[in-house]
Design a protein around this ligand. Structure first.
Ligand code: APR
Ligand code: PHB
Length: 391
């Protein structure tokens, strides 16, 4: 079998890449080890930077996003019993962010790939890569029906997330890795209740961080800082709502409760590996880097990577290897900026188990600065709404 670009993973990175390649007349095959329904149901973040929305519009993928996405012109920062609004439109000259769940993006992308006749195989097993340092790398896998397949490619894109096989396929010693685990996790819930706020609330409370976000005008999404070793069974509904009521409380404001229909605990880490390429294997998205979810950069970074990669692969297949040679550096500048911003937001808003009174005062001072200095607020707003599109 033969394809131009073999793509491992049907997350946002792999799916968007295959679509962007189709727009450039390049064929690809996407292999995914989970089922379609699993990929479409996996709950993740859901906040798109200004540039990501524009990118999806340019790629003709924004029909439902434009109809159903919730545009936000700011956020609230809450601490020390006060809630402050940051107005992104004013601070950035009109930039906004849009709430549209990653699951919806994945559904839209899968539907579009299938409508365009794209090759997309779910429930494959034992994905492997070979010949990465040659011009004809091979992607092999066991198809859902049980037969083993070998696909000769011009290039392979490792879009298989943090636990995939692509990054480990790069010979040991060639990758440099930076890794930091945080001493807390997020318990995320989705609830059948209209959001109690017009904009997202990021809240630092002595008990720990809380975030009120949303999915639709009828559905709220909330996150609670918990210990990384905590089990979800220890958190019945009434304990979850009581914690949100305490942490988000503000005189004259009411948090509405409703039935919880999704809950999970997610660990938090910062991870970067470099370079994002070995021979004809290119890593994109979570396969190459992970950020903690505070600030919602993961999905936006994955989409920025594959936008650069689609151009680099187009040039490579035409015989010009320079954009492919620059791929890793082009992505890593943005990756490190988002890695710093996510770390900064996370450490400003969470309460570490070993935090001393000095740390608390430093966090509060930083929060007061961001909510009182236009320069500091502008820096947050510029990072939060995103960076200029790479193309
Ligand atoms: N073979 C085939 N598919 C694989 C393999 C494998 N060996 N290993 C993993 N996969 C699949 C996973 O099942 C998943 O569907 O690769 C896909 C990777 O998708 P994501 O984890 O969503 O990663 P990415 O596309 O880079 O998107 C990054 O996802 O984790 C969030 O916060 C992150 O929003 C960010 C986004
Ligand atoms: C979300 O809506 O899931 C979300 C929003 C903002 C974040 C993280 C998650 O910082």
């Amino acid at each position: 079998m033969r394809t131009q670009v073999g793509i491992i993973g049907a997350g946002p990175a792999g799916l968007l890449l295959s679509h962007l390649l189709t727009l450039r007349g390049i064929d690809s095959l996407v292999v995914e080890d989970r089922s379609r329904s699993y990929c479409e149901a996996r709950q993740r973040a859901g906040l798109l930077e200004d540039g990501t929305v524009k990118l999806l519009r340019e790629a003709d993928l924004a029909q439902r996003l434009d109809a159903e996405g919730l545009e936000h012109g700011g956020i609230y920062l809450q601490f020390a019993g006060e809630r402050h609004h940051l107005d992104f439109r004013d601070l950035t000259g009109g930039r906004t962010v849009t709430i549209y769940a990653q699951t919806e993006i994945v559904k839209d992308l899968i539907a579009r790939r299938l409508a365009d006749g794209g090759a997309l195989e779910f429930e494959v097993a034992d994905t492997a890569v070979a010949g990465l340092d040659t011009d004809r790398p091979v992607l092999s896998y066991t198809a859902a029906g049980g037969e083993r397949r070998e696909v000769a490619c011009d290039a392979i894109a490792g879009c298989d997330g943090f636990h995939g096989i692509s990054r480990p396929a790069i010979p040991a010693g060639l990758l440099r890795v930076w890794d930091r685990a945080y001493p807390y996790a997020w318990l995320g819930i989705t609830a059948e209740v209209p959001p109690s706020t017009d904009e997202l609330i990021y809240d630092r409370h002595p008990e720990g961080f809380a975030l009120h976000t949303m999915r639709t005008p009828q559905v709220s999404r909330l996150y609670l800082q918990v210990r990384p070793d905590e089990r979800i069974e220890e958190w019945p509904d009434d304990r979850i709502w009581a914690a949100f009521q305490r942490r988000l409380a503000l005189p004259g404001w009411e948090l509405k409760e409703g039935p919880i229909f999704d809950r999970a605990i997610t660990p938090m880490r910062s991870f970067v590996s470099s370079p994002m390429r070995y021979g004809r294997l290119f890593l994109a998205g979570d396969a190459a880097h992970i950020v903690p979810p505070t600030g919602a950069k993961g999905l936006n970074l994955a989409m920025a990577d594959v936008t650069v990669l689609a151009d680099a692969l187009e040039a490579l297949l035409r015989g010009d290897s320079r954009p492919a040679d620059g791929y890793s550096d082009a992505c890593l500048g943005r990756v490190w900026r988002a890695t710093h911003f996510s770390w900064w937001m996370t450490t400003m808003l969470h309460v570490a188990p070993d935090a001393d009174p000095m740390t608390e005062e430093l966090q509060l001072s930083q929060l007061r600065y961001v909510t009182s200095s236009r320069a500091a607020a502008t820096s947050l707003a510029e990072n939060y709404t995103g960076y200029p599109p790479l193309r």
